[in-house]
Design a binder for this molecule. Structure first.
Ligand code: PLP
Length: 380
């Protein structure tokens, strides 16, 4: 990262860790295809299987239940369009009906346009009463994220899993925003499948995993069908360099100091309140990721704040990063019913393990300048 820039958009993506870049380079030097039986193939296979163990360890899962993908969007599409077989050999979770939390990532609503929407409360937390009512119908495949990409709000996933399973359904958890910011333990979450992606915690872009709860849980059909790789669940030659980088990032995630990150984020929010005591901070009163602050300052239009901050050398965002780079209103704020408190959108500052107070100060000074300009414009 350039010394003159403050990168505060770690929920969009993260800088690749040196250890991950080195692992990618080492894997690129391997010739073999992991499916080949000769020595070169066996060397590639050994690296693949050791990476699988590192990724499994990151989320407390069994390595045999890790299926590498090209990232979370692929994992989400695989589960929601091909179906999840949650207890093969006994009963099958019906996949005809899909329920999705209102604040899920757009990939979920794009993959399952027919999804019935589970509402959230004003803090962005799932409405468990509404979930129960929705579960009383035909068994469903339910999608609930672990932590929201915009607000950082954490869902009570274990509680959701208990209710979904009691109703004969299956649970897919988008855990993309958790590794590197939160300890993740798949058995404790109780999800049937967890989706993660490497680039959110120091790994390369374009590689991720589906992690199943047990050996009996799998996709009903593979989304990508070809040479039988990944036990038939995701076929096509594995992206070994990406997977090696993913594994290196997974190993490093264990060393992140979440407490230090939270202290810095809380200090930033304290300073935001000093800029304006009318600041709105989404999900402020509930369990949130320690690195995320999603806020609206009175009078400031989020899209303009982001552009102006960028010109001052500060990278933040006005919600999730879309491929078009478009700046729109936040679906998350709307789902929370908080549009009145953020009428011109909200800005997201997301920190990483190397974020410094100096970077946050740079952000605060651009915000303070913009607030002052707004006040002047009001007076004039
Ligand atoms: N889910 C969440 C919560 C995300 O934040 C993202 C990335 O922005 C995705 C899914 C999609 O991940 P990927 O970029 O690996 O396709």
């Amino acid at each position: 990262m350039s010394a003159s820039r403050a990168y505060l958009d770690w929920n969009a993506t993260t800088p690749v860790l040196p250890a991950a870049a080195a692992a990618v380079a080492e894997a690129l030097a391997l010739t073999g295809n992991p499916s080949s039986i000769h020595a070169e193939g066996r060397a590639a296979r050994a690296l693949l299987e050791s990476a699988r163990k590192d990724v499994a360890r990151l989320v407390g899962a069994d390595h045999e239940n890790v299926v590498f993908t090209s990232g979370a969007t692929e994992g989400i599409n695989a589960v929601l369009t091909q179906g999840l077989c949650a207890t093969c050999g006994t009963t099958r979770a019906a996949t005809t009906r899909i329920l999705a939390l209102a604040t899920e990532h757009s990939a979920i609503f794009a993959a399952a346009q027919e999804a019935e929407v589970i509402p959230v409360d004003g803090n962005g937390v799932i409405d468990l009463g509404a979930l129960d009512a929705m579960l009383s119908g035909e068994p469903a495949l339910v999608a609930v994220q672990l932590a929201n990409n915009e607000s950082g709000v954490i869902q009570p996933v274990a509680e959701v899993a208990r209710r979904v399973h009691a109703a004969g359904g299956a649970l897919m958890v988008d855990g993309v925003q958790a590794p590197g910011k939160l300890a993740v333990d798949l058995p404790a979450l109780g999800a049937d499948v967890l989706i993660i992606t490497a680039h959110k915690f120091g790994g390369p872009k374009g590689v991720g995993a589906l992690v199943f709860a047990n050996g009996a849980t799998r996709l009903e059909r593979a989304l990508l069908r070809g040479g039988g790789q990944e036990r038939g669940q995701r076929q096509g030659t594995e992206n070994l360099p990406g997977i090696a980088g993913f594994a290196a990032a997974a190993r490093a995630a264990a060393n992140v100091d979440f407490v230090a990150m939270r202290t810095l984020r809380d200090r930033f929010e304290g300073a935001l309140r000093q800029l304006s005591n009318a600041v709105f901070i989404a999900g402020e009163g509930v369990d949130r990721l320690p690195n995320t602050s999603f806020f609206a300052l009175p009078g400031l239009e989020a899209g303009k704040v982001v552009i102006s901050a960028d010109l001052s050398g500060v990278a933040l965002s006005s919600g999730s990063a879309c491929s078009s780079g478009k700046v729109g209103k936040s679906r998350v704020i709307a789902a929370m019913g908080q549009e009145a408190r953020a009428p011109q959108g909200a800005c997201r500052v997301s920190l990483g393990p190397t974020t410094t107070w100096g970077e946050l100060e740079a952000c605060l000074s651009t915000l303070s300048r913009q607030l002052a300009q707004h006040m002047q414009a009001q007076v004039a």
